[in-house]
Structure formats: structure tokens, C-alpha cells
Ligand binder design. Structure first.
Ligand code: ME8
Length: 521
């Protein structure tokens, strides 16, 4: 079985996880489910990035020790992933001994090798981003990443000799043009950082102590990004007694990250790995951000939306459908209550739900719920719909394989629309009236086949809806697999349910928009 090692960023437990965090994790879980359906042995790692000054400060504010705070947050995170049915294989926390021990050792090694050296750092420090900036990087004297105040700071620091590896990284980029996805982000990294020349990176701090201490110089703690990035290998047992997982799964097939952290993953992480003599990950995909009407989500604007109330009211499948569909491959997406309700009512309730309901209703009315078998002597319209459906499968697979998930969904909905249109074109009620039963039976067959295929195509992100559809149609198990998508003539003597259930109940638009607005905090 081919393997597929997939990771999410490890999130900062500085506050409750919002739909942005949930997006990356949903995307990862969807890719995992798709890859599994295609026969891969998938290992999905997620976790939490628990060190650093920001976490220390949040804990202090709450009157807790940092450890108490992160312990509580880890429970919260796991609760959320459970609610969202995220099928992760491991949850790494950077405060776990299995991680800390290895980070200490990695730092030691890199020092011994001469890749890390002691010097002094002076620069503009952004506390919330935990990043130093040079004068020229500042925007209007403020942090170029979050726009907040920065402070001039100077400290004795260890540095990583990035310059030593920069050419090797450039070479790697040239030889692996699909290393960073999308291409626009790769070009940004290449032109803005690699071309002008990489600066050495400051990899320790003395201004706080909530972190992994440098063994040979414990007044320093390891810079949070060197600590955090290594989670992808410590979780697999790097430098530990049992490194079976590392041998099996490294290098990662895909690191999923948001565009905010592609710089760390696309530049520093590969260089750390080169220095450790490990193979580089195969791909890093940086997606865009979920934005709100008035820009970024932020507590001060009161526009942060969390997954729990949406899932509770509209169901997990509708939530995942929305966030995945609304976010295109290389751009930001927007969350608005209006769009959420609209997609629910149109895409899910009208287009998909009604298609299933009407089909089951007609089969019951015209044939006592029965579909006999595929008929070769079909009309040209039947053939056209079958071919269209074949084409969609091909497109959807292509999109999933290249992580264009939103596009995979819209391709699938093209099939939903085409199938709805097919009902209008064939007018089954007229065929029935005119007693053209052979034609009518073939129409029903095509409707069921398309619905079966749609149910399988949505299964990586709408698990429950998919199952409900296949159950109501009574599709046998062997025709529920991804492989069975290529078949179109295998259904025989099928008896659909005589008690169809509504998949998505129509929402009162105005009322629900108001309700969603009250969910924003
Ligand atoms: O950066 N839309 O953690 P973090 C989409 N600990 N995705 C979003 C988002 C939004 N509005 N907001 C956040 C860190 N994300 C580090 C990572 S990895 C070795 C260390 C997602 O909690 C997106 O994936 O700030 C982004 O990259 C990540 O959350 C940042 O999470």
C-alpha cells in the first residue's frame, strides 16, 4: 500500500480555535479520506504549539501556569476535533517529553556541527508574532505581519547559518517546481527571500523562559519556530528509541499550512532538514485565509466565528461543505451569514436534497420502488448524461489529486445540476402518462447511478450525507467504494426506500442570517 504522510500546522493555544483553524484541519481530514478511498495508507498528524512568550502571557492573564493553560486548551482542541470527526492519527504537543528531549538534542547537534553560532541580535520585535524585523521590513513603523506596535530589542542570541544552505535550497526549488503550492506563493518566497539572499536566523531567546532550554546554555530557550517545525519528525520518533514511524512515513507527502506561515515552512524548515541530513518534504501547500466582510477575524472587531454553534445548528456536513467550497485554491475566501444560508438552501437543500427526494419519489410512484437493470438501448440523452457523469469523475479526481478541493466540489455540483436538468429534459411524468415504461425505467436508472456517484464523490467531506443517500437508495456495499465509480451498469434489482428522508431542511433566510450574526463574537 502506498503511504501518505500529511500534517496540519500545530496551532497556538492562545485562544479558542475559530473557523480558520477548523478550515485547515477539515482540509487535511478531507484529503486523508480521499487518499484512503484511493488505497493509500494515510498518517495524519496534528497538534499544538505550546511554547513561547505569547502563551506565557495569556496564561498569566488567566492566573494559571502556562502548563495548566495548555493542558486545558489541548482538551478543548481534542473536543473540537472530535465534534468535527477529524480522523487524526497523532496529536503532538510541544510540551511533551518525547518532543522536548529531541529538540534539545537537535539544537546540540546543530551547534556541534557549527550550523548554530552565538552572536547578538538587535531588531524590532513584534510580541504577538514573536518575530524580529529589520527596520526596512516594518510598515509605517509597525509589524508588517499583524500591524501592531513593535519594540526595539537587543539580546544575546544563537543564530542559524542559513546562508550556508541557501544555494542548495535554490537548487532544490529549481529541481522541484511543485515543491511549494500554489505557484504564486513559491514565486513570492523565491523572489522576496531567496533571490535577495537569506539572512541568518535567530534561533534562541533570553527574554522569557517558557520553552525548551538550550542544554549547554540554559538561559536561552529555543526559538519557538525551530521548536515547532520539528514536531513533524519528533512525532514520528526521530532520535528516539522507536523510530518505526519515521522510517515508514518520512518524508512528509504534504504539509498543509496557511499562507501566513509558508515562509517558515518553505525556507527554514527545508534548511533545518538539510542540516540534519534528512530528506525534504515532497510538497507544501499554503492555502488562503477565511476573511470576514470587514477583513480579518479579530476579537476586537467582534467578528470571530467559531465552528461549534454552526455545526450544532446546521450539521457537520453543511459546515464542512461551506468552508471548503468557499475557499478557492489560491485565494482567500469569505465567510458571510448570507452566503452560508444561501449555499445551504440552494446547493444542499434545493439542488442535492431535492434531487434525491424527487428521484426516490418517482421510482416509488412509477415502479413500486424498483430499478431492474441497466439498459443498453438507451436514448441519446441517456448516453449523454452517462458520458457527462464520466467526465465529472475524471475532473473531480484531478482536482482532489492536486488539492483543488473547492473546485472538486463545484465539479461535483455540476453533476448535480446536470442531473436535475436531465429530469426537466426527460419529463418522466410525461413518459409515465404515455406509458413509455422502458424509457422511464432507463431514466430512473440514470438518476440513481448519478446519485450514487455524487454520494461517493462527496464522501471525503460529507460523510453523513453520503451514507444517507446510499442508504436511502439501498446501494449494495460493493457499489459504495471509490473504485466502483468507474462502473455504470452494475445496479440490479434495486429497491429504494419507500420512506425518503429530507437531507437538508430549507432555512428561513432572514431569520437564520440574524441567528448566525449573533454567533459572531
Ligand atoms: O502559526 N483562515 O499557529 P496558529 C484560514 N503555531 N486558516 C487560518 C485562519 C484563517 N482566517 N487563521 C488561522 C501557528 N488559520 C504556528 C504553526 S506549525 C509548525 C506552527 C490556520 O495557531 C492556518 O492554517 O497561529 C494558519 O497557518 C494556522 O491556522 C496558524 O495557526
Amino acid at each position: 500500500m502506498p503511504k501518505f504522510y500529511l500534517t496540519t500546522p500545530i496551532y497556538y493555544p492562545s485562544g479558542k480555535f475559530h473557523i480558520g483553524t477548523a478550515y485547515t484541519t477539515t482540509l487535511a481530514d478531507t484529503i486523508k479520506k480521499y487518499k484512503q478511498a484511493r488505497g493509500y495508507d494515510v498518517y495524519l498528524l496534528t497538534g499544538m504549539d505550546e511554547h513561547g512568550q505569547k502563551i506565557q502571557q495569556v496564561a498569566e492573564k488567566e492566573g494559571k501556569t502556562p502548563q495548566e493553560h495548555v493542558d486545558l486548551m489541548a482538551e478543548e482542541a481534542k473536543k473540537l476535533w472530535k465534534l468535527m470527526e477529524i480522523d487524526y492519527d497523532d496529536f503532538i504537543r510541544t510540551t511533551q517529553p518525547r518532543h522536548e528531549k529531541v529538540v534539545e538534542e537537535i539544537f546540540d547537534r546543530l551547534m556541534e556541527q557549527g550550523d548554530i553560532y552565538l552572536s547578538e541580535y538587535e531588531g524590532w520585535y513584534c510580541m504577538p508574532c514573536e518575530t524580529y524585523f529589520t527596520e526596512t521590513q516594518l510598515v509605517d513603523g509597525k509589524c508588517p505581519e499583524c500591524g501592531r506596535e513593535v519594540k526595539k530589542m537587543k539580546e544575546e542570541s544563537y543564530f542559524f547559518n542559513m546562508k550556508k544552505y541557501a544555494n542548495r535550497l535554490i537548487e532544490f526549488y529549481n529541481q522541484n517546481p511543485n515543491f511549494i503550492l500554489p505557484e504564486s506563493r513559491k514565486n513570492e518566497l523565491f523572489n522576496n527571500f531567496l533571490k535577495p539572499g537569506l539572512e541568518d536566523l535567530c534561533v534562541s531567546r533570553t527574554s522569557f523562559d517558557w520553552g525548551v532550554k538550550v542544554r549547554k546554555d540554559p538561559k536561552h530557550v529555543v526559538y519557538v519556530w525551530l521548536d515547532a517545525l520539528t514536531n513533524y519528525i519528533t512525532a514520528l520518533g526521530y532520535l528516539s528509541e522507536d523510530d518505526t514511524l519515521l522510517k515508514k512515513y518520512w518524508p512528509a507527502d504534504l504539509h498543509l499550512v496557511g499562507k501566513d506561515i509558508i515562509r517558515f515552512h518553505g525556507l527554514y524548515w527545508p534548511i533545518f532538514l538539510m542540516a540534519l541530513g534528512l530528506p525534504l518534504p515532497k510538497q507544501i501547500y499554503a492555502h488562503g485565509f477565511i476573511m470576514m466582510k470587514d477583513g480579518k477575524m479579530s476579537k476586537s472587531k467582534g467578528n470571530v466565528i467559531y465552528p461549534e454553534p454552526l455545526i450544532e445548528r446546521y450539521g457537520l456536513d453543511a459546515f464542512k461543505y461551506f468552508i471548503l467550497r468557499e475557499m478557492s485554491y489560491s485565494q482567500d475566501g469569505t465567510f458571510t451569514p448570507e452566503a452560508f444560508v444561501e449555499r445551504f438552501n440552494f446547493d444542499l437543500c434545493n439542488d442535492l436534497g431535492n434531487l434525491l427526494n424527487r428521484t426516490i419519489g418517482m421510482i416509488n410512484k412509477y415502479f413500486g420502488g424498483e430499478i431492474k437493470e441497466y439498459n443498453q438501448n438507451v436514448s441519446s440523452l441517456d448516453k449523454e448524461v452517462e458520458n457527462f457523469s464520466n467526465g465529472v469523475i475524471h475532473e473531480v479526481e484531478g482536482c482532489f489529486d492536486t488539492y483543488h478541493i473547492s473546485q472538486a466540489i463545484s465539479e461535483t455540483w455540476n453533476l448535480v445540476s446536470r442531473t436535475n436538468k436531465y429530469i426537466d429534459e426527460t419529463m418522466p411524468w410525461v413518459l409515465y402518462k404515455e406509458e413509455k415504461l422502458e424509457e422511464l425505467q432507463s431514466t430512473m436508472y440514470h438518476l440513481v447511478e448519478n446519485l450514487r456517484r455524487i454520494a461517493i464523490l462527496i464522501s471525503p467531506y460529507m460523510v453523513h450525507t453520503s451514507k444517507k443517500m446510499l442508504d436511502q437508495l439501498n446501494i449494495p456495499n460493493e457499489l459504495r467504494t471509490w473504485d466502483s465509480l468507474s462502473k455504470y451498469d452494475q445496479i440490479k434489482n434495486l429497491k429504494v426506500t419507500d420512506k425518503p428522508e429530507v437531507l437538508f431542511a430549507r432555512l428561513d433566510q432572514e431569520q437564520e442570517i440574524e441567528i448566525i450574526k449573533t454567533m459572531m463574537k
